[in-house]
Design a protein around this ligand. Sequence first.
Ligand SMILES: Nc1nc2c(ncn2[C@@H]2O[C@H](COP(=O)(O)OP(=O)(O)OP(=O)(O)O)[C@@H](O)[C@H]2O)c(=O)[nH]1
Ligand SMILES: [Zn+2]
Length: 235
Amino acid sequence: MTIASSNGSNYSQSPLISDLAEAITPRPDRNTHNGKQADLFSPKEEQMEQMMDAVRTLILGVGEDPEREGLLKTPKRAAEAMRFLTSGYNQSLEELVNGAIFDEGHNEMVLVRDINFFSLCEHHMLPFMGRAHVAYIPNQKVVGLSKLARIVEMYSRRLQVQERLTRQIAEAIQTILEPQGVAVVMEATHMCMVMRGVQKPGSWTVTSAMVGVFQEEHKTREELFNLIRHQATFI
Ligand SMILES: Nc1nc2c(ncn2[C@@H]2O[C@H](COP(=O)(O)OP(=O)(O)OP(=O)(O)O)[C@@H](O)[C@H]2O)c(=O)[nH]1
Ligand SMILES: [Zn+2]
């Protein structure tokens, strides 16, 4: 058995096959290389201008003056921030895994616990954030541990609902490893339920996606939940 915990933060359903073609295929409109813009007049640049115009409209909409000194650079900053927060659309599973799959003959549970994530809810475009616990039982093959956290990151950096995010992570691991089982549990707090709307700070939403033995065997699920609850005392 392997357990990894990605950090010490305090942020206190079914066979899955969909969206995989999209995940595996890099976006054709990608035009950056090593993080640098390849073409100043590319469609990406036009999109950036449009996003900045949209932010100016929002500023006007809240009754502010986009020409006020403190707000002059805000459209650019906000557009860049939104680009970063949705950068998961520009990644592919294949690139992300980068061949880091190893034939170890290991068949015991692997769990990476407490992976922090930040996402945007697709209904309000407000953040939801928390931690993800990702487990699988290999079928000989294992994947580099960091890749599990990278998969969480890729799907989080999109407009999401928590249930779909949870499922997509499980599907991705199922696709790359074909393991005996995959389990993803996510705990998150949604700013659309905290800062506005029903205004319930302290509320946490827990979602899970179980595949293979995790779905079929109660004992395996129990073992997983014990490991997630267990606070490591050796670090
Ligand atoms: N299932 C699910 N619902 C979410 C998620 N993020 C936000 N929501 C919900 O999406 C719903 C949108 O409901 P609407 O009635 O269309 O929008 P609203 O008037 O802003 O709703 P309130 O948030 O209740 O004020 C709300 O109930 C949100 O809590 C998510 O990840 N999963
Ligand atoms: Zn929301």
